[in-house]
Design a protein around this ligand. Structure first.
Ligand code: NAI
Length: 397
């Protein structure tokens, strides 16, 4: 079996390889310090990227029971299913082996029915109130509970922005353009990727009285260096993230009754299914990886999330570590001037002929493949996958 990529989107995955990738993340957290943190956790967007890494860090680094919500496809008539589906099943398998509760809801996180189903589970089966909600959704579409369908648009505010990016399928550098968004597109992107849905989750959970005293919630954001601002921070996604930051303050005030806190977390740029989709951005990631690896500062999702939980959200002295705007800064290494100065130097040298060696293209590709269970040592990729066997072996408990 070989990885199939269309544009920058993976079209297949390998369950055995995904198990190896999950085991690798588990091995990392089990050997890098115990998290003295939450024991009952809800992760919204739990099946891949930052959400999955948060779940692994908290379960295997801190002994937490977890509920995961995600939107994934299982194996069946329409094909072998998505990587996230297998991640849910495999996470559950490993967590059960440890005696931990790991419940998966494969459902639309934007729907009130999903929220109610999760609340019912917490009240009837989970065995305790929630200590932490991680909100880690990356989506292009949101169906609001009132039935309105919102679509997000990756675009800029102001003049169009063009820059070099690359296509994974052809492994070629291409000029990519982010077009200006209309006011409506901007507002819709904020509806999808801003903080409204996060707040709706917390409000419903709080009203149902399933949040523990001292409860915390985090949602993930990106700010990035100035060189990326035209395409991210000052664009439609950045507007959504600014809304998320404001929502963190609103939720924080709302939670005072139960001595709770809400934080937006500015994370590092990393290879995930979602970030591969943003024009120009993956090229920046290859340059960043090159420099951060050289300086021994590189972190993948699991290293970021383990450090977040261990040092920032549940530090030994108890006080959550934030900046003056109450943001938790996990992008501290990425934004170091010594890192960004070299990234800038490299950026100026990039051409279509050298982009694979100027940046860490090989490292990017390896992490991308790993997200889909490819390129993992010890897996025999020559075996055919049989859908009926997959259905039998990888169903959700
Ligand atoms: P990802 O694509 O790996 O994960 C997204 C998750 O959202 C998956 O579990 C998916 O199933 C779930 N999801 C999407 N739509 C859903 C729906 N309607 N209902 C239920 N679940 C749904 O993405 P990634 O990169 O881990 O992103 C998570 C968050 O982290 C996003 O808010 C993103 O902006 C943020 N972030 C990502 C960075 C990066 O470089 N990858 C950097 C900084 C922040």
């Amino acid at each position: 079996m070989k990885p199939i990529i269309q544009g920058n989107v993976a079209k297949n995955c390998h369950p055995e390889g995904l198990l190896k990738a999950i085991d690798k993340q588990i091995a990392y957290v089990e050997s890098h310090g115990e998290i003295y943190g939450p024991k009952k956790v809800l992760v919204i967007g739990a099946s891949s990227g930052y959400g999955l890494a948060s779940r692994i860090a908290l379960a295997f680094g801190g002994g937490a029971d977890t509920i995961g919500v995600s939107f994934e496809k299982g194996p069946g008539e329409k094909g072998a299913g998505s990587a996230g589906w297998y991640n849910n099943v495999l996470f559950q398998r490993r967590a059960s082996e440890k005696g931990l509760i790991a419940k998966n809801f494969i459902a639309d996180a934007f729907s009130d029915t999903t929220r109610q189903n999760v609340i019912d589970f917490i009240q009837q089966e989970f065995g305790g109130k929630i200590d932490l909600v991680v909100y880690s959704i990356a989506s292009g579409i949101r169906i609001h509970p009132d039935g309105t369908r919102y679509q997000s648009t990756l675009g800029v505010c102001g003049q169009a922005f063009s820059g070099p990016g690359f296509e994974l399928e052809s492994q070629r550098m291409v000029e990519q353009t982010l077009e200006p968004v209309t006011k409506q597109q901007l507002a819709d992107t904020v509806k999808v990727m801003g903080g409204e849905d996060w707040q709706r989750w917390i409000t419903m959970l709080e009203q149902a009285d399933v949040l523990a005293t001292g409860f915390k919630t985090v949602a993930y954001s990106y700010i990035g260096p100035e060189s990326t601002w035209p395409l991210y921070k000052d664009g439609s996604l950045g507007a959504a993230k600014a809304h998320l930051h404001n929502t963190a303050d609103e939720i924080n005030a709302q939670l005072q009754r139960i001595s709770g806190n809400a934080y937006a977390v500015a994370c590092k740029a990393l290879v995930t299914k979602a970030s591969a989709f943003i024009p120009v951005f993956p090229l920046y990631i290859t340059l960043l990886y090159k420099v951060m690896k050289q300086k021994r500062l590189h972190e993948t999702c699991i290293e970021q999330m383990h450090r977040l939980m261990l040092d920032h959200l549940y530090p030994p002295l108890g006080n959550v570590i934030t900046d003056a705007q109450r943001l938790i800064r996990m992008d501290d290494y990425e934004l170091r001037p010594d890192v960004q100065n070299v990234v800038e130097l490299l950026r100026k040298q990039v051409t279509a002929d050298n982009f694979k060696v100027i940046g860490d293209f090989a490292g990017y590709l390896q992490e991308f493949h790993e997200l889909n269970g490819f390129g993992m040592a010890g897996v025999d990729y020559s075996d055919e996958l049989d859908i009926n066997t997959l259905v039998k072996e990888y169903s959700l408990a």
